[in-house]
Design a protein around this ligand. Structure first.
Ligand code: ADP
Length: 192
């Protein structure tokens, strides 16, 4: 299965992707994690990207597209993948579609984790304490939310128009949400 996971910052997208990966044995492709690793290694690209992510802005599309193409060209995606953090705007969504067509691995399913904005703020505040991510500072989070509403929310409609989207409620425990996602994927697999 080739799955695109969508959801606002703090929706638990990364956590759910990690749980799905364990259950389904698919590679987890997280652009946020790829960028944080590059920053930790101190590469030019990583440091450049960190300055942008720390403001809550999006890293330029051409950088992201090269990064994702390199990752999707590896052999381990043959049986599927879980994409987390990409696409984040309509240009990325179109470029991903074209890339996946070219590689002959079109997306099967997009899942949007839908959640109440107040709950998001609470979760991110907690994560900031626990993980110390520099992009979880209050001002940055506010900007990430704005960027999400303006640029990423239209991507949800994009997948809906293609008939690939399922909404999953993001409230409740990690396990409850994970069960909801798995049941969507099972239904999907049964009807495919
Ligand atoms: P979250 O989903 O909680 O916002 P991520 O780990 O997915 O966190 O991403 C962290 C930051 O990395 C984003 O705020 C953004 O600056 C950058 N980033 C990640 N993916 C992309 C992308 N596809 N395009 C541009 N920037 C990205």
């Amino acid at each position: 299965m080739r799955i695109v996971l969508l959801g606002p910052p703090g929706s638990g997208k990364g956590t759910q992707a990690t749980m799905l990966v364990e259950q389904m044995g698919l590679p987890h492709i997280s652009t946020g994690a790829l960028l944080r690793n590059a920053a930790k290694r101190g590469t030019d690209l990583g440091l450049q990207a960190k300055a942008i992510t720390d403001k809550g802005e999006l890293v330029p599309d051409d950088i992201m597209s090269d990064m994702i193409e390199e990752r999707l060209s590896r052999d381990d995606v043959a049986n599927g993948f879980i994409l987390d953090g990409y696409p984040r705007n309509l240009a990325q969504a179109r470029s991903l579609d074209a890339m996946l067509e070219r590689l002959n691995i079109p997306a099967d399913e997009a899942i949007h984790i839908d959640i109440d904005p107040d709950e998001l703020i609470r979760r991110i505040a907690k994560r900031a304490k626990e993980e110390g991510r520099t992009d979880d500072a209050v001002e940055t989070v506010r900007n990430r939310m704005r960027v999400y509403a303006e640029q990423t929310a239209p991507v949800v409609d994009y997948y809906a128009e293609r008939g690939l989207l399922t909404l999953v409620l993001g409230d409740g425990s990690k396990d409850e949400i994970s069960q909801r996602i798995l049941s969507v994927l099972n239904t999907q697999a049964a009807t495919a």
